[in-house]
Every structure is written in structure tokens, then in C-alpha cells.
Ligand binder design. Sequence first.
Ligand code: AMP
Length: 149
Amino acid sequence: MMFTTVLAAVDLAATPAHFVLEKASSYVAEGGKLQVIHVVEPQYVQYSFDPTFTGSLTRELEDNAREAARAQLAEVCAPYNIPAEQQHIVLGRAADKIHDAAQSMNADIIVVGSHARHGWRRLLGSTASAVLQGAPLDVIVARLPEKAD
Ligand code: AMP
């Protein structure tokens, strides 16, 4: 099955992003587009009760994180000739932002990765399951090489 717009969600820190991109690109139809997103999850999303709070220090850290992520994403996308306008860095909760981006670009499918951990309960990591839950469109979970944890 091939699709016109495929959105690949990549985690630059832990997962080997190229596995997700490899899988995602295999679903792109002739003349279709591979869009790639990485979500920078800011500190305040994790511990602040007030999601509207952004102190200047936090903002500076976020800007730095966003720039670092942009450079890393460009590097990861280079072997696949994915143009800069198809590389998206956004700030927020990963699953929500992936859903929002998929809808706004009218994607046909989302591709995420999942480590083949032992035991069925640990098959999906937290981001992969959050992306699946309440997904506004089909999600393909690419199985990544085994991770010992
Ligand atoms: P996890 O559930 O954290 O093991 O992550 C599984 C998959 O979710 C990764 O392979 C990516 O496809 C996606 N993912 C995780 N974190 C992010 C992120 N910050 N931005 C975009 N995609 C992510």
C-alpha cells in the first residue's frame, strides 16, 4: 500500500531515526511526499502545573533545543533527500503535536517506531502508544531493533 503524504515521527535522542525514515519512505507513492516531524518536549510540560508559564530562561533553553534539533533532523534527513520544508520541529507534547501536524498537512498515515522489547506489555513505548491512542488517522508502528531494558 502506498500513500501520497506520509508523516514520519522521529525521536532524535533515543531511537535510531533512520529505521523509521526507511520504513516511512517505503510507503510513499510515486510523486508523494515524506514529511518528517520531531517534537521538542519542553521542561514545563513535564513539571509545571501552569502550561502557559514560560520564563525567559526556559524560553532560551527551548530556543536552543529547537535549533539543535533542527540541525540534527537535517542530518538524519539528508540521506533521504527530504527537503527542509518537509522537516518540522515543533514544541509541545509529542503525541498531540504529531496528531496536529498530521491533520494540518492532511497526511494519509503516521509512521512511528517501537522497540521490540520483551513481553507483550512492553511492546509499545509511551510515545508510540500515545500516538496510537486517539489518532485521527491510521498509524503504522515500525518495529525497531531490540532494546534490552
Ligand atoms: P517511544 O514510545 O518513546 O519508545 O518512541 C517510539 C517512537 O515514537 C519513536 O520511534 C518515534 O517514532 C516517536 N517519537 C518518540 N518521541 C518523539 C518525539 N519527541 N518527536 C517525534 N516522534 C517521537
